[in-house]
Design a protein. Structure first.
Length: 499
């Protein structure tokens, strides 16, 4: 059986806690790997390695940092298929989707390669007599990232490349459900020339998480995961004096107006709801259809959903793979089996789906629930599986009010041909990311990713300008150099005069 250990100080370090977690192949249900679960002492060793490395990395030149990042970007590009294969083996998503994940992560590496521009400060000269004022941004020190199972390569790459480009050192705690991609990313960084200890990976469960949240040498924590855990991360790390960005869960809505291209809207709904088996925080899980077109739209979604090919992620024919664990698969199924009793019309029920030859895999088919009420479990909870709810509204205003009443505010979309309606929506909807005829509005790397309300805890979104600001802190320097010909000025008890 394969063993995944920690990566500390530029080398593999065997787990010493005696605790191990199972990693399964979601397509077969078989345990293929064991992963070390770190103790608090092992987390401390990783933080200590990062702290030692920061003594030199924090003062390394921008040219040194970016030259390593450029080499790292080239290695990641050359190993796209290898990273994607690890994702498929442990997460289950199809290979093409895994390649897309790697590509989106690479965007942030590319942003980090241009950190010289992002870290430029400001200068005002002659604010008073021979007085200049400059504003600079400096690194924080040791920072940590805690990342989810659904994007085991992309989300870590949303964090550590930017953090280390800004001069910090990093401790990554990836999901213990699919740990191998994180180690491979760290190994490639070492091959690119990243000094030992700048990037460390510790695997673990709540013990490791809590050790990072309370460690006195960790200056900041980035997190992506469910809302309850995001709230806990934010409260605990903040109470321990750390800067925190904690991205939580979502219930992303797609509003479809009567003038929309219904074929395009149906294509988008199927892609956004069922891609990556619905295990995306940016998945569209609720379509809000204006009543006059709802029946036709549901029919079009059903026709498309029935044609999606489900199978092992390494089969080129497969368009959707299994869910990450059997327990998660069973939980997702309960929302479908209980939907009718809560008033929904079950248009498609995927709970009985299996794949020939892979009967023990964590399979579930596509489910489509129509006429869902806002007080049902399927609507209120983040299901994180291939279940699409359709709700109906009579007017734009009613649909908007429904969306804004959700406690989540991660992403949303509107499908319409009316530019005026789209403009109103993008200004009036209470969500951090908005798509206009775009079902999954994940911003490109040089804009920031993040939601509102219960989808984000902390002031900073992830990557983009917000990411640079999160991993640095500002300092303002006021300087006066007397003119060589100037004599001694003497004591002046008054406030400095700028006018």
């Amino acid at each position: 059986m394969k063993t995944v250990n920690h990566w500390i100080g530029g080398k593999t370090v065997e787990g010493a806690s005696g605790n191990w977690g199972p990693v399964t192949d979601p397509a077969t249900g078989a345990v293929t790997t064991q992963v070390a679960l770190a103790s608090a002492d092992e987390v401390d060793a990783a933080v200590s390695a990062a702290k030692e490395a920061y003594a030199t990395w924090g003062t390394a030149s921008l040219a040194q940092r970016t030259s390593i990042l450029f080499r790292y970007r080239a290695l990641l590009d050359a190993h796209r298929d290898d990273i994607a294969a690890l994702i498929t083996a442990e997460h289950g998503k199809v290979h093409s989707d895994a390649l897309g994940e790697v590509a989106r992560g690479l965007e942030i590496v590319e942003l980090a390669c241009g950190i010289t521009t992002q870290l430029k400060g400001e200068l005002s000269t002659q604010v008073s007599n021979r007085v200049d004022v400059s504003a600079i941004r400096q690194s924080l020190g040791v920072v940590a990232g805690i990342t989810p199972f659904n994007f085991p390569a992309m989300v870590p790459m949303w964090m550590f490349p930017l953090a280390i480009a800004c001069g910090n050192t990093f401790v990554l705690k990836p999901s213990e459900k699919d740990p191998s991609p994180a180690n491979f990313l760290a190994e490639l960084a070492a091959e690119a020339g990243l000094p030992d200890g700048v990037l460390n990976v510790v695997h673990g469960d709540k013990v490791a998480v809590d050790a990072l949240l309370t460690h006195p040498d960790v200056a900041a924590v980035s997190f992506v995961g469910s809302t309850p855990i995001a709230r806990y991360i934010h409260a605990t790390a903040s109470a321990n004096g750390k800067r925190v960005q904690a991205l939580g869960g979502a219930k992303n809505h797609m509003l479809v107006l009567p003038d929309a291209d219904l074929d395009a809207a149906a294509d988008a709904a199927v892609s956004a709801a069922y891609g990556s088996a619905g295990e995306r925080c940016m998945a569209i899980s609720a379509v809000v259809a204006i009543s006059s077109v709802a029946d036709e739209l549901v029919d079009k979604i059903r026709e498309r959903a029935e044609k999606i090919k489900i199978g092992p992620g390494n089969d080129p024919v497969s368009e959707m793979g299994p869910l990450i664990t059997k327990a998660h698969r069973d939980k997702v199924a309960t929302y479908v089996t209980g939907a009718a009793a809560q008033g929904a019309e079950v248009v498609l029920d995927g709970t009985g789906y299996t794949v020939d030859g892979f009967e023990d895999g964590h399979w579930i088919g596509l489910s489509l629930l129509d006429k869902v009420s806002t007080d049902s479990d399927a609507y209120r909870d983040e299901i994180f599986g291939p279940v699409l709810c359709v709700l109906r509204a009579d007017t734009y205003e009613e649909g908007l009010a429904l969306i804004n009443a959700s406690p989540y505010g991660n992403g949303t979309a509107i499908f319409t041909r009316d530019g005026g309606a789209a403009r109103r929506f993008q200004l009036e909807v209470e969500a951090g990311m908005v798509g206009v005829n775009v079902p999954i509005p994940v911003p490109v790397g040089y804009h920031s990713f993040g939601g509102w309300k219960d989808s984000l805890f902390g002031d900073h979104h992830i990557y983009g300008n917000d990411g640079v600001h999160f991993y640095t802190r500002g300092k303002v320097v006021t300087t006066r150099w007397p003119d060589p010909s100037e004599g001694h000025i003497g004591v002046d008890l008054g406030f400095p005069r700028n006018h």
